[in-house]
Design a protein around this ligand. Structure first.
Ligand code: IPM
Ligand code: MG
Length: 372
């Protein structure tokens, strides 16, 4: 039976725009070829382009559309043009509002080193070859959203900045549970990263995770790790990890480090998921590349569209249960890399350097070949 899935496309600014064009081509491919699904798309503005048009980085109307969609595809936001807009309405605030209002608390950032890219990493081949780990980042709490968040002027005229890090036990519990679920479906190993040696948030995080490991996570190999040590271990011996669950701020940092193990930030997709709906098991979801808007190369047909295309692959897997289609797309990407196609960020000697559009062409061609 064929289902219809509604996707909202939010390309945003910079290279998000050109990468999303390639996703639209992939969507059109599945609309034509798949008997299982029809995708309907709508699009809207987010980030700097929304500020230019509406004075805010995300309109209520765009948020309503996102809430109503079966999944949201997000590109990237920001750029030097909006460097001086007030903090509250900076481009990034649009993304943060989407995450918060859609309650997308679970951010899955898989770092997979494609065999063809083992040499593109800044680490030695044997350290990264075959790497398949997942950073699970809490996305709606912690330092990003805690109040107060302000700069105040003291009596003596000095200024003081305050960011508040706060987590409740249910917030920790729900993300750590997702960690155990994911570990079970993978290699059955979960690390929980915090700073219990310095932060009260770490103390509570560790306590909740420890308790869960004894009931909910029973049977999953479980370890606590200090977040700084985790950063070090990620570059020393990343294959020791399977799933790493951590808070919003540590997750931001650790996932950038993990991304680079795969050769380039241009390769890393992510999924941000809400709580499953009690009635039909569906969940709110937003899919986005981990990389940013890269204003220095935007509009020049240089960006690597793979992270955004692979983010659509995650939508196929996690929102639509289209495992066969997701596998086909992953295979097409892997084949294209094996054939030597490279955007500038992953260029290696004797490979074939292409632009964003040509990388899209190659993936589309391979999709046709894989499904023939
Ligand atoms: C990310 C990005 C965002 C974040 C920015 C764009 C607000 O770095 O998704 O990792 O810090 O979460
Ligand atoms: Mg980041």
């Amino acid at each position: 039976m064929s289902t219809t899935q509604k996707l909202l496309l939010l390309p945003g600014d910079g290279i998000g725009v050109e990468a999303m064009v390639q996703v639209e081509r992939v969507l059109a491919f599945f609309n034509e070829k798949s008997n299982n699904v029809t995708f309907e798309t709508d699009s809207d503005l987010v980030g700097g382009c929304a500020i230019d048009k509406y004075g805010v980085p995300l309109t209520n109307e765009a948020l309503d559309k996102a809430q109503a969609a079966d999944a949201v595809m997000f590109g990237s936001v920001g750029g030097p043009k909006w460097a001086d807009v007030p903090f509250d309405i900076r481009p990034e605030a649009g993304l943060l509002r989407l995450r918060k209002e859609m309650d997308l608390f679970a951010n899955l950032r898989p770092a997979i080193c494609y065999p063809a890219l083992a040499e593109a990493s800044s680490l030695r081949r044997e350290v990264v070859e075959g790497l398949d780990i997942l950073i699970l980042r809490e996305l709606t709490g912690g330092t990003y959203f805690g109040e107060p968040k302000e700069v105040v002027t003291l009596e003596n005229g000095d200024r003081r900045a305050v960011d508040t890090t706060s987590y409740t036990s249910p917030e920790i519990e729900r993300i750590v549970k997702v960690g155990f679920d994911l570990a079970r479906a993978r290699s059955n190993k979960l690390h929980s990263a915090e700073k219990h040696n310095v932060m009260m948030n770490g103390v509570l995080w560790k306590e909740v995770a420890e308790r869960l490991s004894k009931d909910y996570g029973k049977g999953v190999e479980f370890e606590h790790i200090l977040a700084d040590n985790c950063a070090m271990q990620l570059v020393r011996n990343p294959k020791q990890f399977d799933v790493v669950v951590t808070d919003n701020l540590f997750g931001d940092i650790l996932s950038d480090a993990a991304a680079m193990l795969t050769g380039s930030l241009g390769m890393l997709p992510s999924a941000s998921l809400g709580e499953p709906d009690g009635k039909n098991g569906t969940r709110k979801a937003l899919y986005e590349p981990v990389h940013g808007s890269a204003p220095d190369i935007s509009g020049q047909n240089k960006a690597n569209p793979i992270a955004t295309i692979a983010s659509f692959g995650m939508a196929l897997r996690y929102s639509f249960g289209l495992i066969e289609e997701a596998n086909v797309l992953d295979k097409a990407i892997s084949n294209v890399l094996a054939q030597g196609f490279r955007t500038g960020d992953i260029m290696q000697p004797n490979m074939h350097q292409v632009g964003t559009i040509e990388m899209g062409d190659a993936i589309l061609k391979e999709l046709g070949a894989v499904t023939a």
